[in-house]
Design a protein. Structure first.
Ligand SMILES: Cc1cc2nc3c(=O)[nH]c(=O)nc-3n(C[C@H](O)[C@H](O)[C@H](O)COP(=O)(O)OP(=O)(O)OC[C@H]3O[C@@H](n4cnc5c(N)ncnc54)[C@H](O)[C@@H]3O)c2cc1C
Length: 270
């Protein structure tokens, strides 16, 4: 019987994996539900081949179109569980997919606290990634919201670029973020405020690890642990992209997807 692969996630990692799997003649299903980090990226300027940049949502759509065009079975279904039957099993809200191999490419949710102004100014001064967007704030004043190692890392990315980097570690002191078409101010509960040109949210990452744990896949926090072949500790299960941690960028997600799929193909061919 023909071997099959089920890939969870329609972002750059999942789509890249699907392109390699389907072109190797493997029956490939791609399950997609919810948003990709890429949808939030206003303009990607650091990915190969797009002079002048490309919007994240356009890049995402082009990827899915390419996958469908090559024969990937793309389905809009939410994955709610993983398990073992005669084969591996991927459970969605609609049905259970038996799979000879599975690639996890669910990205990582970027957490944001519920402070007025954050959601409203996403893409208009609110960013979740210093290495992605720091370049746009050269010589400007930015704030980094969050405490701990991740926030410190984001501040150190911004310091060589921005004129000033403000650490907003005490979240409870903040009343709201305000502005016009762009974020302009952080307003504190004591009535004071600071002018800012940009806000970086640095609450660490969370997500995909929960699903992985259902199969006994090893994780470190929310990050899925993989080897150099993007294999997890469970035979036949691979992971790619942001859900494996490291550099949270399109180029790394695409490379991960290619490596995970080529490893899975070797595994399926014995
Ligand atoms: C504001 C912002 C700006 C950015 N700017 C840049 C930039 O300039 N350059 C750059 O290289 N990178 C940038 N990035 C990072 C880049 O978007 C990510 O690194 C990249 O999208 C990761 O790809 P991925 O496939 O691993 O995950 P994602 O793109 O997040 O895709 C995850 C996929 O999994 C699906 N999914 C999740 N859970 C389930 C489930 N239970 N069932 C089914 N499907 C599920 C989602 O729907 C989605 O399709 C930016 C990110 C943000 C947020």
């Amino acid at each position: 019987m023909e071997k099959n692969i089920v890939i969870i996630g329609g972002g750059p990692a999942g789509v890249s994996a699907a392109l390699y799997a389907v072109r190797a003649g493997i029956d490939t299903t791609l399950l997609v539900h919810g948003s990709s980090a890429l949808e939030k990226a206003e303009c990607i300027e650091n990915y190969y081949g797009f002079p002048g940049g490309i919007s994240g949502s356009e890049l995402l759509e082009k990827g899915l179109e390419q996958a469908r065009g090559l024969g990937v079975d793309v389905r809009e279904e939410e994955v709610v569980g993983l398990g073992f039957g005669e084969k591996l099993e991927v459970k969605t809200t609609e049905q259970i997919y038996p799979a000879d191999a599975v690639i996890l490419a669910m990205g990582s949710q970027r957490k944001a606290p519920a402070i007025e102004g954050i959601k409203e100014f996403e893409g208009s001064g609110v960013s979740y990634c210093a290495v992605c967007d720091g370049f746009f704030y050269r010589g400007k004043t930015v704030a980094v919201l969050g405490s701990g190692d991740y926030a410190a890392n984001e501040r150190s990315e911004l310091e060589p670029l921005a004129a000033e980097v403000i650490a907003l570690e005490d979240i409870d002191a903040i009343e709201r973020f305000s502005g016009d078409t762009q974020i302009r101010k952080v307003e504190f509960k004591d009535g004071t405020s600071l002018d800012i040109d940009g806000l970086f949210i640095a609450f660490g990452t969370a997500g995909a690890g929960d699903l992985a744990k259902k199969l006994g896949i090893m994780t470190e926090g929310s990050r899925i642990i993989v080897d150099e072949n993007r294999a997890t500790n469970v035979p036949g299960v691979y992971a790619a992209g942001d859900c494996t941690g490291g550099l949270l960028q399109v180029s790394k997600a695409v490379a991960d997807g290619a490596i995970a799929a080529t490893s899975a193909i070797k595994y399926l061919r014995g």
